[in-house]
Design a protein around this ligand. Sequence first.
Ligand code: CP
Length: 332
Amino acid sequence: MNADPTESLENEASLQLDANGRLRHLLTLDGLDKTLLTDILDDAQGYLTEPGVLPASSQSLAGRSVANLFFEASTRTRASFDLAGKRLGADVLNLDVNTSSRKKGESILDTIYTLEAMHVDIMVVRDASAGVPAYIARHVLPHVSILNAGESDVSHPTQGLLDVLTMRQHKGAFENLVVAIVGDISHSRVAMSAAHALTTLGIGELRLISPPVLAPDQSRVPGARLLHDLAEGLADADVVMALRIQRERIGNLDGIPGIDEYFANFGISRESMKLAKPDAIVMHPGPMNRGIEIESALADGPQSVITQQVTNGVAVRMAVLDRVGKTMAARL
Ligand code: CP
C-alpha cells in the first residue's frame, strides 16, 4: 500500500538530492551514484578505527535534533540510529509509537508537523507501508531531512550500506565478487537495498536464492540471477547472506515450506558452506531465526561477520546523519 496512491514514486531518487547534488533525504539506494555511495562508505569507515571497533565521537550535529519514528518493530536499526545521533552530539528523541497520539487516530503528517514545530531537524522513519518515507519527505519543511529506516518490502538503505561496507572490509573491490543472498527474497527490503548498492558498485555476480514461492519479480532486481537451488547458489561464493522468512509481510502462508523442510533446502550450515569459497564470509542482517535460515553454530563460527555488521551499522548511520547535517549547514 502506498501512503498516498495519487503521488508518484517515480521521482523518489531525485527527491533525495538538493539542487547542488547534496544528500538531503535518504529514501532508497536506487538511483544514487557510485561516487556518493563510495563517499558514504568511506565516511563510515573513517568512524571505525579498525573493523569491529566502535566509532569515535564527534560534535558535528551539536544543536540538531533527531527523532526516531519507528512505526514497526526494531532492535538494531533504532538502537544504532540512537547511538549514532548521540555520538554526533545531536539531541535524540525516540518516540514511543505505542504510547503516542497515533494511537488516538492522529495522522502521520500531523505527527510530523508536531515534531517540526519542536524544531526537529532529522526524522528517521520505519513503516510497514510502502511509500511512507517519500510521502513524508514531500511534505516536510525545506530544512528537514527524512531517513528511511526500513520501508515495507521496498527499501532499507542504511542496512544496504552497512552490508556492502562489511563486504568491502573483508573482500575489497566488488568487481570480481560473487555474493549469494539466500531466503525470503520477495519480502526482503534488505535484499532490495543490497541489490541496488551492489549493482551500482559493480558487483561481479549477485545470486538471489529462494524457494520459487519466495522469489521476487526479476524486474525488481534486473542485475541479479534468481536461483532455486542452494548448492548452485552457494558454489564458489565469496559472500553468503541468509535472510529470515518475513512472516509479518506474508498474508497467506499457504505454500511456504515448514521449518524442517526450509532448513533442509535453504538453511545455510557449516556443511552447505563447504560449497562456497574457503574464505567466504557469512552474513545476516538480523533478527536471526537460528535453526531455520541459519545453523546456530555457523552464525557464531569463524566465518560469521554478523556482529561486525551491527557495529558497522552505527558507523554508517553516523555517516548518513553527518552528511545530511552538512547539507543543512550548507543551506544557511
Ligand atoms: N536488520 C534490521 O533492520 O534489524 P532490526 O529490525 O532489529 O532493526
